[in-house]
Design a protein around this ligand. Sequence first.
Ligand SMILES: Nc1ncnc2c1ncn2[C@@H]1O[C@H](COP(=O)(O)OP(=O)(O)OP(=O)(O)O)[C@@H](O)[C@H]1O
Ligand SMILES: [Mg+2]
Length: 274
Amino acid sequence: MTAAQTQTGGPPAIRLRNITKSFGKGRAAVHALRGIDMDVASNQLVMLVGPSGCGKTTLVSIISGVLDADTGTAEVFGVNWPDLSGAAKTKRRGELVGFVFQQFNLIPMLSVVENVAMPLLVRGEPMDRALDRAAAELNGVGLGDRVTARPAELSGGMQQRVAIARALVGRPRLLICDEPTANLDGHTGQHVMDLIKTASRGKAGDEKTDGRCVVVVTHDARIFHYADHIEEMEDGKLKSPSKVILEEARHVPHYDREANGETNGNGGATDKTK
Ligand SMILES: Nc1ncnc2c1ncn2[C@@H]1O[C@H](COP(=O)(O)OP(=O)(O)OP(=O)(O)O)[C@@H](O)[C@H]1O
Ligand SMILES: [Mg+2]
């Protein structure tokens, strides 16, 4: 939605204006972002696609308040990251944002349920309550029977499901997924995206996740069909998605879901990227 309207008519979940970001100085400077305007409505799963080095990770780092832009405004659900700093920013980010990465980033010596509980423990919740909520979240991703396992005992797809549970346990309103299927085979990647798509709707009646928005950075054309909306990046700028990308977004890879007891959270290829 480079053209910036929201489908709800309300304030956008994400509002970026004139975001620029460079690394280094002088002739060695890399201009990673060259003036990004973007509005994303609530209840959307947005995909950010584009070649390696075009600035995708830099952009989601700014959206999630991990990195400061050089210029511009970066508002997420009414929070303007440049207005916050230090501990206030870290606290707000912990409440507002969940992250899923290509490398699952689980702590090897902790059990699965302890990994998922970690964001709650960091924000000071009591251990028994945090573990209960983590176990419930693991149930939600189909791993309720593996809570005591160590990450290394699980397959890559299972580890990514643990990472999704960890990202969701704090009920974030914004979920950032940077190449969530890059280390997974096609079938497992679809399963992981089913969970992310379901998460993008938030929980009914939960004011904390109401209007949740998900940003997925990806190179993986096999998952484009999950997007409500696609933004393409090139050389630090956004552009309208190319025909090739829109074609790929219409194609739903076939695999035998019923044999695996899975359902497609998207209900088919609905390309709303027009
Ligand atoms: N911390 C940094 N220091 C210096 N240069 C950086 C830093 N982070 C990113 N860059 C540079 O900024 C540009 C954009 O990088 P970014 O990681 O955002 O790209 P990307 O689109 O996520 O790429 P990929 O698909 O390979 O993950 C690249 O030229 C990269 O080398
Ligand atoms: Mg990247």
